[in-house]
Design a protein around this ligand. Structure first.
Ligand code: 13P
Length: 254
């Protein structure tokens, strides 16, 4: 059985003092949730707080595509490992659209992360226009194939995939549970063509306007193993509620 994973992506929000308070509140709220893995991904300058809180793993929101060298402003996978990160988000739609990250760059970042023993959380998703033109599977298939071409299918065994429809991110309009399930189901079938074992064990998250209120129905879907949470991760009560929903779904065996 796949262990549920709930990740908070704080994006570029908050200040240090508020981050400490949020972390402490989340740590207290999730301390009894044994079935679910809880991760927060704060901005780089707050990653050092990872040593302070028990029970919550840390992830970064981005990583360099290169190992080391003259890349002003970049942060390497090895550095993230040094400060105790377990996960790193790769290819978030904001990185792809606002910072021009291509599938090829995303694949190199994925490989860098794994080379340092970090678990990449590969974000995939279609825009509203791509969905309207029935291109969802083609777009997402391409995003995954680009990584497989560089890292190999076996690399997906030590990775997480986050399905985040671009139109659902920050819109307050989550995908309907059946639609949210359809794409992870497609992803698992796609990976199964490469390796049935990897596909069966791989955790696939849903992200895009997840709240405590809609989380139970989303997490009850058979191919959704947790969530990648944006706005609601900045509110301890909401985020803890989402983690509780994942824990309840796990205990129900869904
Ligand atoms: P929201 O939860 O704010 O829609 O953001 C989702 C997201 O982008 C997480 O990475």
């Amino acid at each position: 059985m796949r262990r549920p994973l709930v990740m908070g992506n704080w994006k570029m929000n908050g200040r240090l003092e508020g981050a400490k308070v949020l972390l402490a509140e989340v740590a207290a709220g999730v301390s009894g949730l044994n079935a679910t893995e809880v991760v927060v991904c704060p901005p780089f300058p707050f990653l050092h707080l990872g040593g302070v809180q028990g029970g919550i793993a840390f992830g970064a929101q981005n990583v360099a595509a290169e190992a080391e060298g003259a890349y002003t402003g970049e942060v390497s996978a090895a550095m993230l490992k040094d400060v105790g990160c377990k996960y790193v988000i790769i290819g978030h739609s904001e990185r792809r659209t606002l910072f021009g990250e291509s599938n090829a760059v995303v694949a190199r970042k994925f490989a860098q992360a794994q080379a340092q023993g970090l678990i990449p959380v590969l974000c995939v998703g279609e825009t509203a226009e791509e969905r309207d033109r029935a291109l969802t599977e083609e777009v997402i298939g391409g995003q995954i194939q680009a990584v497989v071409a560089v890292a190999g299918a076996a690399a997906l065994a030590d990775a997480v995939i986050a399905y985040e429809p671009v139109w659902a991110i920050g819109s307050g309009r989550a995908a309907a549970p059946a639609d949210a399930q359809a794409v992870p189901h497609f992803i698992r079938a796609l990976v199964a063509r490469l390796s049935a074992e990897v596909a069966a064990g791989m955790r696939i998250l849903y992200g895009g306007s997840v709240k405590a209120q809609n989380a139970p129905e989303l997490f009850a879907q058979p191919d959704i193993d947790g969530g990648l949470i944006g706005g609601a991760a900045l509110n301890a009560q909401e985020f803890v509620g989402i983690c509780r929903a994942a824990d309840t779904a796990a205990r129900k065996g869904s």
